[in-house]
Design a binder for this molecule. Structure first.
Ligand code: F3S
Length: 853
């Protein structure tokens, strides 16, 4: 803008003939390495990328240095609590606490705490946002303190939207500048986020991915994030989505296909001519679900559609010109005919896609929408009464929710058009359905209003309930009374219908085990029927005012209708103006903040407690030891099992603890709001109704057997007893341990329980890294060995010779299981440590001691 000439790394020149072979994500990684690594380290990395070109894979490590960090309120709170406590430690050591500041910009979006308390009325959004601020005031006071006391920390207050939507609409620059040694460089906008859906930003060509809060702490203090040169999986898209098939259907199809392929930890890139037929909004939906397909990224390169999206959201023409020039010059502008080298690749024909749903318990279980009837028929449930007041599988929640499907105006406009067509027919959801519309940003209210669809939504109960994660993160609020009563009596089994990305049992609501993911349009359809077990190909959606049956096809909007209303509704200035307006929320501005560089902890607080610095006092957990298994678990243990986010059950030992400290049992809020209080989170570790602990059967929720005493007790008490007796503990688990979100409390909780190692069949990427960030050793069982085949009996112990010098990057270690009868089994496990940096973290005992060091 000011005429400065910008320097760039000339990648095409460096790679010559081989440049075309490099996937675009690899080009971006390479740019980052060349800019941030020096000397032989850099030469080695470049050499490894040449090798990767030959074999499609590499074991070499590279250092990725993103430009910025994005967090949300529930992952940032524990990270900032750690930083506040580290500042105290510096001060107590006679050092200046203000020396400790993030060196990268950190954006924190307060989006995870909004609950759907009110719904179905026009004041619901105001009510829910105001209540959220009131309920979480102490935590928000802390976050505001952090944004004042620490440099580089910026908060986006409640009501400004969901972090990934804010990232798309406000924060992403795609190309930015950096001054180094007097030279101004044009560089790609790169980032990490403490939320697994961070790859949503890959939809507009920004390279970024989700990491745990612990890894983010190292990055924000200037350390790179180390990674193995990734395998890159190419997804070739051909054709064009048929009318009536949405980007949600594509995202669910991609998730199913890639889960079958197993792309865990890989970078995924979309290529081929079908990419050009997708809008940037469509691409962001598909990129968003990268953690559901198991990948680190779901990358779409920049092209004209990206620029159109950036124009729609108010980016300047000068900046767009810079993006285009830079991307073309660096060779990262999308070419639909390009066919780079990928480690593996698959093809998806967009023409062949159909409306889809996924569930009832995992996002990868996609089916044609009509098959939901069969999926529910497989559920083992017999109503206790024949006198049913509602369907056997009623829709308890119909939620248009989540960053995935509420950030793209096209999806919301399509759902609004369904409402527009249903309204004059007198169709309405039955009273047992809890309906909600929680868009990713406040701009949605403006464009829906301008298009005239907001009233249509309201007429069928889908009033806006606020701008945040809501039902997607379990903040769905209480179910309707009729629904609760019917379920309590065993008359029915409640089903949640949502436009989210995850449907693990209990995630959306603790009283719901069955959930289906789908597009906002289908959410409206299922909401209107109130019955989850319908086949819209033949079953009607309802009856109109004249007694005529109404079918889904009667209400579905056409592509041209969607386009017409998009044109009517969209106005570029909404994206900036509504965001600024929400940022200036007077209730937020009125929160009093301390000006001190040290946080004034309150002894009486049940929200924020100075943490005992897990990992600092105790140091490294490596060494030779014999341990009891604290828990023996099966496959698919999610971070929701390990550290729940949803409502704190009022009749639990955790509630008893909070009440003993003065809290009101009737208003305990959710676990996620207590992540600043380690005493709650330690008690909450593994508190999940659906968790099966194979140590012994019929354990109450959150309990285990303390083997030496033979007593069943809360897991945290058993862990404390083991600690008191100087016994070590480990966890044994099945496949995909730690799948789900990036929450670091899932690892911190295990550290506070004294877990020294986890021995699992496999790990989800972020959780494995979080375990290492807390100094816990992740070991992988050999092929064919599972917790089942191990046949652990009560009294069996596990010996691990985990001396520092024996723990190597991707090394092996022999674990001995001493059976209660004295027999010993030896198992050679893989050490799931991928980089030297991770090794160092284990040696130090985790991230916090490393930062303090
Ligand atoms: Fe929030 Fe759900 Fe997205 S929790 S960030 S809306 S995945």
């Amino acid at each position: 803008e000011d005429g400065t000439e910008l320097a760039i790394i000339d990648l095409p020149k460096l790679f010559g003939d081989q440049f075309d072979q490099l996937p675009v994500v690899m080009r971006l990684l390479l740019e980052n390495v060349l800019r941030n690594m020096d000397g032989s380290e850099r030469d080695n990395a470049v050499q490894s990328i040449f090798e990767w070109l030959t074999t499609g894979s590499s074991e070499a490590e590279i250092a990725f240095q993103p430009n910025r960090v994005l967090m949300h309120d529930t992952t940032s709170t524990p990270a900032l609590v750690d930083i506040a406590a580290m500042r105290d430690a510096l001060s107590e050591a006679g050092l200046n606490p203000e020396l400790l500041n993030p060196s990268l910009p950190v954006d924190i979006s307060i989006d995870h705490s909004l609950a759907v308390e009110q719904y179905g009325n026009k004041d619901a959004a105001r009510f829910n946002i105001d209540l959220e601020i009131k309920r979480n005031k102490e935590r928000y006071q802390f976050l505001r303190w952090a944004s004042k006391a620490l440099t580089n920390v910026k908060i986006h207050p409640p009501g400004t939207g969901i972090m990934h939507t804010i990232n798309l609409e406000q924060l992403a620059t795609v190309v930015t500048t950096q001054v180094r040694d007097g030279v101004t460089w044009a560089i790609p906008d790169t980032m990490i986020g403490t939320d697994s859906h961070t790859p949503m930003i890959n939809g507009i060509g920004v390279l970024g991915w989700g990491v745990g809060g612990l890894e983010a702490q190292t990055v924000m203090f200037g350390l790179p994030t180390m990674l193995k040169i990734p395998d890159v999986v190419g997804v070739q898209l051909t054709g064009k989505l048929p009318s009536g098939v949405s980007s949600t259907d594509l995202a669910l199809t991609v998730t199913q296909r890639l889960r079958q392929l197993d792309v865990t930890g890989d970078f995924v890139e979309f290529f081929g001519p079908g990419v050009s037929s997708l809008s940037a909004g469509d691409r962001a939906v598909v990129a968003n679900m990268a953690p559901e397909y198991g990948a680190t990224t779901g990358y779409f390169p920049v092209d004209q559609s990206t620029l159109e999206y950036l124009t729609m959201t108010g980016r300047s023409a000068t900046h767009l010109a810079l993006i285009e020039q830079y991307c073309r010059r660096l060779g990262i502008w999308f070419d639909p005919d390009a066919c780079p080298r990928y480690t593996k690749q698959i093809e998806i024909d967009l023409d062949a896609l159909v409306p889809s749903v996924a569930g009832p318990r995992r996002p990868q279980d996609r089916m044609d929408a009509s098959e939901i009837v069969n999926a529910l028929a497989m559920v083992d449930f017999v109503p206790k009464s024949d006198d049913l007041h509602m369907p056997k599988f009623p829709v308890a929640i119909a939620a248009i929710t989540s960053c995935t499907n509420t950030s793209d105006p096209k999806l919301l406009i399509a759902a609004g058009l369904m409402a527009r067509k249903a309204r004059p027919l007198g169709l309405k959801p039955p009273a047992w359905v809890k309906t909600s519309l929680a868009p990713g940003s406040p701009a949605a209210a403006s464009y829906l209003q301008r298009a005239g669809l907001l009233e249509d939504f309201a007429a069928i109960g889908f009033d806006i309930v606020g701008y945040g994660c809501t039902s997607c993160i379990g903040n769905s609020g209480p179910l309707t009374q009729s629904m609760r009563l019917a379920q309590e009596k065993g008359e029915c089994k409640a089903v949640a219908i949502l436009s989210g990305n995850r449907n693990f049992p209990g995630r959306v609501n603790p009283e719901i085990d069955l959930s289906f993911i789908m597009s906002p349009t289908l959410v409206v359809a299922f909401g209107l029927t109130g019955n989850a077990q319908v086949d819209f190909n033949k079953d009607p959606l309802g009856t109109d005012l004249n007694g005529q049956l109404v079918f889904l096809k009667d209400l579905l909007p056409t592509d041209s209708e969607i386009q017409e209303y998009l044109l009517k509704g969209l106005d570029t200035k909404d994206f900036k103006d509504d965001f600024v307006l929400a940022t200036n929320n007077p209730l937020w501005q009125a929160i009093q903040v301390s000006e001190s560089p040290l946080f004034p902890w309150k002894q009486s607080s049940t929200t924020l407690r100075r943490p005992p610095f897990a990992g600092v006092n105790e140091g490294s957990l490596l060494g030779d030891y014999t341990a009891y298994p604290l828990l023996v678990l099966g496959d698919d243990i999610t971070t929701d099992h390990i550290s729940p986010a949803s409502a704190i059950p009022p009749n639990s030992f955790i509630a008893d603890y909070l009440v003993s400290k003065g809290d009101d049992r009737g208003d305990l809020n959710v676990f996620a709001s207590r992540r600043g209080n380690w005493e709650v989170m330690m008690r909450a570790a593994f508190y999940a109704k659906s968790l099966i602990n194979h140590i012994t059967s019929d354990l109450p929720v959150g309990h285990t057997l303390h083997v030496p005493s033979g007593k069943v007790m809360p897991i945290w008490e058993a862990a404390a007893k083991y600690k008191e007796d100087r016994d070590s503990v480990v966890i044994v688990a099945g496949e995909r341990y730690g799948m789900g979100s990036s929450r670091d409390w899932a690892a911190k909780g295990q550290r506070l329980l004294g877990v020294r190692a986890v021995i699992a069949v496999s790990y989800e990427r972020i959780h494995r890294s979080n375990l290492i960030g807390m100094g816990i050793l992740p070991l992988v069982l050999p092929i064919g060995v599972t917790p089942n085949t191990l046949q652990m009996m009560i009294g069996d112990t596990v010996s691990i010779p985990a001396q520092k010098d024996q723990i190597k990057v991707r090394g092996k270690i022999v674990v001995k299981i001493t059976r209660i009868n004295g027999n010993v089994d030896e198992i050679e496990t893989d050490i799931a440590v991928d980089t030297k940096m991770e090794l160092e973290l284990l040696h130090f005992g985790g991230v916090i001691p490393l930062i303090l060091h």
